[in-house]
Write a protein that binds this ligand. Structure first.
Ligand code: DGL
Length: 290
């Protein structure tokens, strides 16, 4: 793979961000729609441009540098599309890219990232044992290690890391309730239940779409927790701080424009019809990103 880190900055001078511009959202695939949904609910007057790098999903098995480069390319695309901020709605991409992106774009194009919601799980656990379900790459990154050191370790909470490369493809194909997906979930999560964990942190933005499947297998033995609402709140804070919040009503317009790099918009459309909840008008189109 050739290096794709953009030279700094590609658009010179950088345009001033405006409140009426959309919020950019990026994920390796369509899992980040779990975050887009929370953002759309929390910020009802904002519009969103969502980029899913479905040509390269999953990112989980890729090397640190590959993830960094693919992420940089995606964020540059959102920037050129005229977005006012970018939300890296992917734990795997965030784990390796936030420092670089923030340094690259500076204050004029704020970057919001995410980290598995381990902190609230640590604060709320009754059994003193929690599990984190995330990609192998996310566990290699320093963000999750920092949260473990700062919160779990001092509180003496045991953290069980759980990983699987099978889950993201199930979500991408809308097959979360298929027998084979249910079996994978049972195999990887039964040991967590057996070890008396009471909280399961969904440390990948694809995994909130697995909630019905996990409840189907385990009932409410595990409390599921993700970062979606926290990211939406953080995005609102950043918009307010940068005077970029759009406060006029535009409820009738297209709220969420989705673009996919894998030439698979037609296959994904019925999957998104099940994923996107509520009264959010959306579209999906193929896009070639170079
Ligand atoms: N949604 C990504 C995350 O939050 C998925 C990872 C992948 O593409 O493997 O980690």
């Amino acid at each position: 793979m050739t290096a794709i880190l953009p030279a700094s900055p590609l658009i010179d001078p950088m345009p001033e961000a405006r409140p009426e511009a959309p919020i950019g959202i990026f994920d390796s695939g369509i899992g980040g729609l779990s975050v887009a949904q929370e953002l759309a609910n929390y910020l009802p007057d904002e519009q969103f441009v969502y980029f899913a790098d479905t040509a390269h999903v999953p990112y989980g098995p890729r090397s640190d540098q590959e993830i960094r480069e693919l992420t940089a390319r995606a964020i540059e695309w959102l920037y050129r599309k005229g977005c006012k901020v970018a939300v890296v709605a992917c734990n795997t991409a965030s784990a390796f890219s936030l420092d670089y992106l923030r340094e690259h774009y500076g204050e004029k194009f704020p970057i919001i990232g995410l980290v598995p919601a381990l902190k609230p799980a640590v604060l709320q656990t009754k059994t003193g044992t929690v599990a984190v379900l995330a990609t192998p790459a996310t566990f290699r990154g320093k963000l999750i290690k920092d949260v473990m050191l700062r919160f779990a370790q001092p509180a003496n909470v045991k953290v069980i890391p759980v990983t699987s490369l099978d889950l993201v493809p199930f979500v991408e194909s809308g097959a979360q309730m298929s027998p084979v997906c249910l079996q994978v979930l049972k195999d990887i999560l039964q040991p967590v239940v057996d070890q008396n964990a009471d909280y399961l942190v969904l440390g990948c933005t694809h995994y909130p779409f697995l909630k019905p499947a996990i409840h189907h297998i385990f009932g409410h033995k595990l409390t599921l927790i993700d970062s979606g609402v926290a990211v939406a709140r953080q995005t609102a804070r950043i918009l307010i701080k940068n005077e970029l919040l759009f406060e006029q009503s535009r409820k009738d317009s297209l709220r969420l424009q989705c673009f996919v790099s894998g030439n698979n918009a037609d296959q994904l459309k019925p999957v998104l019809e099940h994923m996107i909840q509520g009264n959010i008008s959306w579209s999906i189109a193929n896009i070639a990103v170079v």
